[in-house]
Design a protein around this ligand. Structure first.
Ligand code: 4NP
Length: 158
């Protein structure tokens, strides 16, 4: 089973969206996964996703309502095989948390490397954006989830 952690800043907009989208699409593809998400900041810990993220995701059939925010920890680097960050600042924040001395500690990657056809390097923070920002997050995360599922499926098969 592949264990995948999605990381953003607050864990209330982008990474919970990625968690739910990836979980649904992996299941549809027949790939067994454990998906979770976390934030590099802990301000929203224990809270549900942003209501706008819940509403936009629901329009595409993804249920975010039961998710709760948490802060990423050093243990996540061994509890998960893959850590996918939404933007470069998330990557910078993850770097000092990574326990490099622990065997097999995951190396964070940018999620959008799995959807080069989009031309996007990052999933932009929608927190201060309008509805279009949340739709863009869904578009990018759907494309990258499918690329990630293809990559993980190929790895599992080999
Ligand atoms: P996220 O969005 O990182 O996609 O969850 C944000 C949520 C909250 C804040 C920033 C970004 N904030 O500053 O509170």
């Amino acid at each position: 089973m592949q264990r995948v952690l999605f990381v953003c800043l607050g864990n209330i907009c982008r990474s919970p969206t990625a968690e739910a989208v990836f979980r649904a699409r992996a299941e549809a593809a027949g790939l067994t996964v454990r998906a979770d998400s976390a934030g590099t900041g802990g301000w929203h810990a224990g809270m549900p996703p942003d209501s706008r993220a819940i509403e936009h995701a629901a329009l595409r059939g993804y249920d975010l309502a039961r998710l709760r925010a948490r802060e990423v920890t050093a243990d996540d680097f061994v509890a998960f095989d893959h850590i996918l960050a939404m933007d470069a600042s998330n990557m910078d924040a993850l770097d000092p948390l990574r326990p490099a001395w622990r065997v097999g500690a995951a190396r964070p990657e940018l999620l959008m490397r799995y959807a080069p056809q989009t031309g996007a390097a990052e999933v932009p923070d929608p927190y201060y954006a309008g509805p279009d920002g949340f739709e863009l997050v869904l578009d990018l995360v759907e494309a990258a989830s499918d690329g990630l599922i293809a990559a993980l499926g190929a790895k599992t098969a080999s």
